[in-house]
Design a protein around this ligand. Sequence first.
Ligand code: PMP
Length: 463
Amino acid sequence: MPVFSLEPRSVPPVKTKFRRIVTDFPVSQSVPLIERLAAVEPRAMQGQPPVVWDQAEGFLVRDRWGNQWIDWSSGVLITNAGHNAPRINEAIRKQVEHGLLTNYCFPSEIRLALLEKIASLLPEPLKKVFLLTTGSETVECAIKLCRTHGAKVGGLSKTIIVSFANAFHGRTMGSQQVGGIPALKQWIVNLDPGFVQLPFPDGYRQTDTSFEAFERGLRDQGVDFDSVAGVVLETYQGADAAFAPTPFMQNLRSWCDKHRALLVCDEVQAGFGRTGTFWGFEHYGIVPDLACFGKGISSSLPLAAVAGRPDVMDMHAPGSMTSTHTGNPVCCAAALANIETIVEEKLVENAKRMGEVLHHNLHKLKDKYEEIAAVMGRGLVAGVVIADPATGDPDAALAFEIVKRSIEKGLLMFSPVGPGSGTVKICPPLMISEEGLADSLAAFREAVDEAVVAHRTEPVGVA
Ligand code: PMP
């Protein structure tokens, strides 16, 4: 994968209402900080654009040296309500001043208030909610619930967990096995054969989006349908922001009912308004048996949740499904204020409206450049797939060049993701204004224009 050079380079200054690049880039002062980080952090933490975050507000991120970016990362899909949202900031401060910073599994009113709020927004039958700290933990919990439920309704052979190729569900032992990226599982010496992956019907990498292909895939792997305890999928696949077709999902819902398998939607990215509906699964007109949430649940502090059918959520005895930071009061206060902000400031509607503008413009760019193989996503998440027009293979070098040039123009994104690192992922805070979006699109268009022209003239190798 290409990496960002730490050699400060002369780049033209940028000054718009929202974007400001006033120094060479990377900023010479930031380089020693990045090098000090490299000395004390594992190498695995590297690989992102060399922007040293200092302050962030709304859809803007600043460093200490006068540069300011429009944020198209949301800090990797966290800040749905915007960075440092006043109401969240105030709720955190009030909870700290109130004088309760932790409570583990002991009850607190703020935990109750948050749980009641989330349950009130979820459709039937998702009326019990268990709080955790990270998205990976919610997936681990969902696996545990699927297998417990499988054993209960179908005996000890009902253990298979079906998931999808290219899926990402976290980096812990179980969540990596349910994930669909083989390279990430190489460290696991005794892979559980009860995890089975099928192609994800995105219509691009997998053109057969029929439900028959799902059943055929299971048969080909020798899976007895009644041995399936659960089917786990990202509501949209994070790698490309790819959705499955609605008929596929509706068939999958019925299939899970028929075979008494739990359907799990991992909404760690898709929840809390990101796709222009409050919950991502609303696009499919279905309700899963379990849903996993994280990231945008608080727009700030670490909190995650599993929501589910009461009979499934109540299978485990008191004390057997807990975690030390479950329902931390400060995180709960932040999440409650976040949800109130999303609802009252109509950020889901804004995500839908701004999403239409974003996708319209990205499709125009796709029409212009054959190097853009696909534009996926809905609402304020998009995956721009960059591929070699001759072979269709992901073009990591060009995708990287687009992100690099965007950063130099004051538009912040994380490094390309997806198969072959060829997808430029776009996910601004849901409160981005029309003006902010227009300004960021102008920067993105320039970055793509320049990167494609440079790439065509002299194909960029791995930088
Ligand atoms: N599921 C999905 C869909 C995700 O995108 C992520 C994180 N990128 C996770 C699970 C894991 O969440 P966390 O990093 O909080 O463990």
